[in-house]
Design a protein around this ligand. Structure first.
Ligand SMILES: Cc1cc2nc3c(=O)[nH]c(=O)nc-3n(C[C@H](O)[C@H](O)[C@H](O)COP(=O)(O)OP(=O)(O)OC[C@H]3O[C@@H](n4cnc5c(N)ncnc54)[C@H](O)[C@@H]3O)c2cc1C
Length: 463
């Protein structure tokens, strides 16, 4: 059988001459580099990879796909590469990492980020103006992909999902048309992009609100993993009455003995509580007192510049081979805590690097006025677990253990999940309320009637 790449060899050569960026097909010497995303465990096999340099490149690729019976999928970093799978075979992967334009308007308190901008870059630039964007835990996650999927930040309980802060988007539609959409120009398209996952158009830039927040009180409390049975119940009780300006996370962490991992983490295991308080230090000290009463072995909670939040979660600084997945928990009663500890705690034999629960609630639980396709998240905790998996054997072992932990907690799971933390195919009703899903499908049918744009998660039948 002829592959899509072989079938389109001559037209691909013509497309290549139109691009300021680069076009890579399987015979190109840089093919393996070009097709590899941030998650290097994922073997992406698209028909071709277009490294777009500007909007004109995106238009050329989208029009080419339409004229040649192919599809496109946009990718900023490839943090969520695992979700695209075999659908890539007849798809041009549009990689946007060369599009790094970033503008902060300090007076209007907004940012405009092109499709390749990373959160670490945006947080640093906004921080120069004492402003903060709703970044997640990892500095090298893409601003656009994260925000289109909702975006759960360190200030999520105070400000809600990052998608709620979006005020405008610049896009290339499936027909190759360039648009800037906002509340008055094509508002339905903007609505579908805000938390809808990016299936209605290829986004070339997003504009969103920033928040005045020069510093935060933040840090982590570490105990040896053996103390997990003491810490987990106290943490669960502590999260019940948190003010909205506190977002927190508990983690069971097992660091492998790799030279890249700094001391004292290397080869050691911990139960860790990470806390972010968007308020003053005296209040924060009182809030964390019940946790400190458990005598952590290490305590880094202090007032820090807001951009330094990029280091709090100790996410890897660059690409890694990982298998991870997440879901939402409604509750964590004693029986759920026991299930968690027996599958992922000390002595469980878990191969997982990190098993974590992030606090939901607060502003996340309230649909944002004028919000988009996903504007709130139900449930008490976002659960996410991940393991390092460089080869098929370890990938299988990690995946099996993720399933084991999930199964043990299934009685407390919420049917809803967060798109950004879901790394396997799920029914789209997992992400959206019925009315929002119907509206999203109508927007897809209107803006991409032939289903040219594919996304990691199948939101509509046309993806
Ligand atoms: C280490 C790590 C830490 C994380 N921390 C957080 C966190 O704190 N909070 C949180 O909410 N999430 C977090 N995530 C999840 C993350 O938000 C998702 O993986 C997100 O999809 C990453 O966006 P990306 O652009 O970097 O990834 P990509 O894989 O490049 O993109 C993901 C998807 O976004 C869509 N997309 C990307 N660019 C475009 C575009 N230009 N136009 C249209 N669609 C596009 C596509 O559907 C694509 O498949 C984390 C993930 C990892 C691996």
């Amino acid at each position: 059988m002829t592959s899509a790449t072989e079938q389109h060899a001559a037209p691909f050569a013509a497309l290549s001459t139109q691009l300021t960026g680069g076009l890579f097909t399987p015979t190109h010497p840089e093919w393996d580099r070009a097709r590899t995303g941030w998650n290097v465990a994922v073997d992406q096999r698209p028909a071709a990879v277009a490294e777009v340099a500007d909007v004109a490149d995106v238009v050329a690729v989208v029009r080419f796909a339409g004229q040649n019976g192919l599809y496109v999928a946009a990718q900023g970093t490839g943090h969520q590469a695992a979700t695209l799978g075999p659908r890539l075979a007849d798809t041009i992967l549009i990689r946007t990492h060369r599009m790094r334009g970033l503008r902060i308007d300090a007076e209007a308190r907004t940012a405009r980020a092109e499709a390749g901008v990373l959160w670490g870059e945006l947080s640093a630039a906004a921080g120069e103006h004492q402003l903060l964007g709703l970044a997640g835990s990892a500095a090298d996650v893409g601003v656009v992909g994260y925000t289109l999927g909702g975006g759960l930040s360190w200030l999520a309980r105070k400000h809600g999902l990052a998608a709620n802060a979006v005020v405008a988007a610049e896009v290339v539609t499936a027909a190759g048309e360039v648009l800037r959409v906002d509340d008055s120009e094509q508002p339905e398209l903007l609505w579908a992009l805000r938390g809808g996952g990016g299936s209605v158009a290829v986004v070339t830039a997003l504009e969103f609100r920033l928040f005045e927040q020069p510093t935060v009180v933040a840090g982590a409390l570490f105990w040896p993993l053996d103390r997990a049975a003491d810490v987990v119940p106290v943490w669960e009780r502590w999260t019940r009455d948190l003010p909205d300006d506190v977002t927190a996370c508990i983690r069971l962490l097992q660091f492998p003995p790799l030279p890249d991992i700094p001391e004292p983490m290397r080869g050691n295991s911990f139960v860790v509580v990470e806390v972010v308080h968007a308020g003053d230090e005296a209040d924060a000290q009182a809030i964390v007192a019940p946790l400190r009463a458990l005598g952590p072995a290490m305590d880094t909670i202090a007032t820090i510049p807001a951009p330094a939040l990029a280091h709090l979660h100790m996410d890897p600084p660059g690409p890694v081979p990982g298998v991870g997945d997440g879901f939402v928990l409604d509750d964590l009663p004693a029986a759920a805590q026991m299930a968690l500890l027996s599958t992922a705690g000390p002595g469980s034999g878990s191969p997982l690097l990190s098993v974590e629960l992030r606090t939901l609630g607060g502003a996340l639980s309230r649909p944002a006025p004028g919000g988009g396709a996903m504007s709130s998240v139900p449930g008490r905790f976002l659960f996410y677990s991940v393991g390092i998996a460089p080869d098929p054997a370890s990938q299988g072992a990690v995946l099996a253990h993720i399933e084991l932990v999930r199964e043990s907690l299934s009685a407390w799971a919420n049917p809803h999940s967060c798109m950004g933390f879901t790394e396997h195919a799920v029914d789209p009703s997992t992400f959206f309320a019925d009315t929002d899903l119907a509206r999203l499908r109508a927007a897809k049918a209107a803006y991409d009637p032939h289903g040219r744009i594919r996304t990691g998660h199948l939101v509509t039948v046309l993806d």
